[in-house]
Design a protein around this ligand. Structure first.
Ligand code: UT7
Length: 330
């Protein structure tokens, strides 16, 4: 059998829509306060897509930024994967719309649904395509326009979410660098604590579903909080063990940006010092599948990673799903 190729992230990109919604704006929409939102979540602003921007459009902006940095053209992309809970349509896939909008004429394309763990699942899958030699360049995108799926009258959810896209171009890298290990998990028995009840064929969108608000995101926040901390901690421990590294070896820790308190509690349990924890939930809110990709792109732009650094990405979300990846930056 041929030896596995090392696979890594060649370049990253992100996009956030221009419109910014502040906590003060939300104070005028629901019974809430800037103080409550900041202290309970750490969120100050979130970006909201315009009426003419769909999830595929956000993907295209993020992908173009990543392709430009990687020095690749649409023809170089072999496969496109989009992780999203807010696809443009149920059918066709958002990935196919992205393929067409970018003009990636040689690429296969598919969506996958892993909630807020989307970027972690995507990086893991793309790495296997490259390691096996099946593909050379895979475009992985986590993207959401959750602003069209939240109930703007429900203060317990509408203050949390934002729109955006995070992209990575993955490809072959120097031996021993890039993807080192991954650990993915799920528990479908708890799917009901974070879902959109009327969104598929089990409970179709009917007038009744619309009137009862079952077409919007439903979340039992404090339950989700507990599971998020528990699973992101456990899966990070497990993936570091697989990679043969300890917390002291990790240069940067990027967790799903849902809530500053979740990130902080997870990092504290793991013993990761604050200066190694990347946080931008204050600017973007919870962008679900996009969050880790946006954070990674910003961390790279800020020079937070150098060659040989160990990077840990961890995520948790609807499904329930969770996962962590260790990468050796290259
Ligand atoms: O991305 C996928 C995963 N998602 C997450 O990880 C999100 C996880 N959950 C969370 O981030 C937190 O649970 C929330 C931020 C959603 C809520 O924070 P919490 O500390 O768990 O608050 P809570 O839900 O227990 O609510 C506390 C109180 C309630 O009032 P009572 O019942 O104590 O009188 C809520 O009604 O806060 C009230 N509340 C609000 N007050 C002002 C809920 N939302 C708001 C609000 N403004 N926007």
């Amino acid at each position: 059998m041929a030896e596995m190729v090392s696979a890594g992230i060649l370049a990253t990109g992100h996009y956030a829509p221009k419109k910014i919604l502040t906590n003060e704006d939300l104070e005028r929409m629901v019974e809430t306060s800037d103080e409550w939102i900041r202290t309970r979540t750490g969120i100050e602003t979130r970006h909201i897509a315009s009426d003419s921007e769909d999830t595929s459009d956000l993907c295209v902006h993020a992908a173009k930024a990543a392709m430009e940095k990687a020095g690749l053209t649409p023809d170089d992309i072999d496969f496109i994967m989009v992780g999203t809970a807010s696809p443009d349509y149920v059918v066709p896939s958002t990935a196919c719309l992205v393929q067409s909008k970018l003009g990636c004429t040689h690429a296969g394309a598919m969506d996958f649904s892993a909630g807020c763990s989307g970027y972690i699942y995507g990086v893991t899958l793309a790495a296997q395509f490259i390691r096996s030699g099946l593909y050379k360049h895979v475009l992985v995108i986590g993207a959401e326009v959750l602003s069209r799926l939240v109930n703007w009258a429900d203060r317990s959810t509408c203050i949390l979410f934002g729109d955006g896209a995070g992209a990575a171009i993955m490809g072959p890298v120097e031996d021993g660098y890039g993807y080192i290990a991954s650990e993915l998990g799920s528990d479908g028995s708890l799917g009901g604590i974070l879902n959109i009840p009327a969104s598929g064929i089990a409970e179709p969108v009917t007038h009744r579903a619309i009137d009862s608000g079952r077409i919007y995101i439903h979340m039992e926040g404090s339950e989700v909080f507990k599971h998020a901390v528990r699973h992101m901690e456990a899966t990070t421990q497990a993936v570091m063990e697989k990679a043969g590294i300890g917390i002291d070896d990790v240069a940067l820790f990027i967790a799903h940006q849902a809530n500053y308190r979740i990130i902080h509690s997870t990092a504290k349990k793991l013993g990761v010092p604050e200066d190694k924890v990347y946080v931008n939930v204050n600017k973007y809110g919870n962008t679900s599948a996009a969050s880790v990709g946006i954070a990674l792109d910003e961390a790279v732009a800020e020079g937070r990673l150098k060659k040989g650094d160990y990077l840990v990405l961890t995520g948790f979300g609807a499904g329930l799903t969770w996962g962590s990846v260790v990468l050796k930056w290259c």
